[in-house]
Design a protein around this ligand. Structure first.
Ligand SMILES: N[C@@H](CCC(=O)N[C@@H](CS)C(=O)NCC(=O)O)C(=O)O
Length: 208
């Protein structure tokens, strides 16, 4: 039996944050497919058994279930001694960016991708609003990455892994992400890390 179990699905960038951390730190882990698109996370049985918040990722380790990608990243950084802060200042910087990611960078982009691409609901005031909010968040991260190769401390940390959740997703959201040159260069630096895998190669989808 593997040491870590990750409840996830390939299209989930939030789950990818945890999966990529497990992958890059060389952990012994297995994915468990969650059928989000057929409502599994909304089922009371799943919520009772796996996560009352109704979300992936969920990491099972040593008899405990951990949820919220930022907390999972922090837990894995502490346990593995990799990609975490070197001091209290870095710890605060990492949390500052992970909170910004959860509130804005990931959440606006993921909501846009979900309704515009995955659900194909078409263009609307909602998609236009989400795209503008996502663009504003991308501009802030791009400006930060103009000054430094990685988000905190000049090296890969869990702040980068949090922000990287959706940046490799191939779907067209109508946001010209390639225009953010510093983000593109940062994506390549992460991709160059030994063991890096694309989300669709790291986690299972409905087809297996
Ligand atoms: N803040 C959470 C967000 C997790 C999240 O939104 N997960 C999505 C999949 S990417 C989910 O499971 N949504 C289920 C639902 O909304 O019903 C985290 O970072 O873990």
């Amino acid at each position: 039996m593997a040491e870590y179990t990750l409840h996830c699905f390939a299209e989930s960038g939030n789950a990818y944050k945890a999966a990529l951390m497990l992958q890059l730190t060389g952990q012994d882990w297995v994915p468990v497919f969650v059928d989000f698109f057929h409502g599994q996370t909304r089922g009371q049985d799943w919520r009772d058994a796996v996560n009352e918040q109704g979300e992936v990722p969920v990491l099972e380790h040593a008899g405990e279930k951990l949820t919220q990608s930022a907390l999972i990243l922090d837990y894995l950084a502490e346990r593995t001694g990799q990609f975490g802060p070197r001091d209290d200042h870095e710890k605060r910087e990492i949390w500052r960016w992970m909170l910004f990611d959860n509130h804005k960078f990931t959440s606006y982009y993921a909501a846009l991708r979900f309704i515009y691409c995955l659900k194909q609901m078409g263009e609307s005031d909602v998609t236009r609003f989400l795209r503008e909010r996502a663009r504003a968040a991308y501009q802030i991260v791009d400006a930060h990455l103009a000054k430094t190769p990685f988000m905190v401390g000049g090296r890969l940390t869990i702040a980068d892994l949090s922000l990287a959740g959706y940046v490799y997703m191939p779907e067209d959201t109508g946001l010209a992400v390639a225009e953010f040159g510093h983000i593109e260069a940062w994506k390549q630096r992460i991709q160059d890390m030994p063991g890096w895998k694309h989300p669709y190669d790291l986690m299972p989808n409905a087809a297996g």
